[in-house]
Design a protein around this ligand. Sequence first.
Ligand SMILES: [Cu+2]
Length: 294
Amino acid sequence: MGLQLPKRVQRVAAGTMLGSSLLLVGSCSAEDKAQAERWAMPATSPATEQAVHIAELWKWAWIALLITGAVVWFLIFFASWRFRRRSEDEIPVQTRYNLPVEVFYTIFPVIMVLVFFFHTVEVQNKILEHDPDPDHVVQVVGQQWSWTFNHSDDPKDLEGPVHYTSGTASKIPTLVLEVDKTTEFKLSSPDVIHSFWIPAFLMKMDVIPGQAGEERNSFQVTPTKVGTFKGKCAELCGTYHSRMLFDVKVVTADEYAAYLAQLEADGFTADAPLLGGSDAVTQANANTNHGGEE
Ligand SMILES: [Cu+2]
């Protein structure tokens, strides 16, 4: 019994495998390599102070898993080579109930899960930390099927006057943020659950109806890179879910002030944040939208 290939065939097979895996490694493009170096995270990330913690957690999780993989692969190949069947008439020792091995493979995964859990909770607490005194507050409204961004004049007075911009069916809105300043996003939805996601920030949060103003439906970011990023809705929310895109522009302090002044000059000012629903401006401003590429 047992498939015994001639030595020559074995050698050719081993050579082919080695050759093709070297070829695979060698054929990686510069883009593949850059992607591997950032552990397949978006090229523009991490673009906030908070995202750095997530990028680190992701990286170390990969490293831990690759080490685990290497140990497991080694054990598989070592055991199947070392304890292979060596002759036609004898089968290798059939070991059962090896207590140390069983204890090892029961306890070790539990320890790994605990370590992952500990670091995940730690990072979650860091990225959900609320600075009681943020520099800016933006009330983000996700509504079927676009976004409204209300920039509060005074971060302390959330009911007060705002400058806003709103997307339409044909034009996606732009969320403008100031670099190196902490902005708090307060999420609200007048209809269904959406999810506010800026991939370069490595962070998304569901936009839950009925939670407007609640701390648990808000988070803060401190963008560290000037530039334009993409945003989208990450929760299937209806027919035109795929249209819930937006741009994010991180700008300098002067540009941010100029942007708010421009919104005001163009009449995109309200006494209170527009929270969608009957307030919904998505359709109302269909022709005069301030999509914002000034
Ligand atoms: Cu949505």
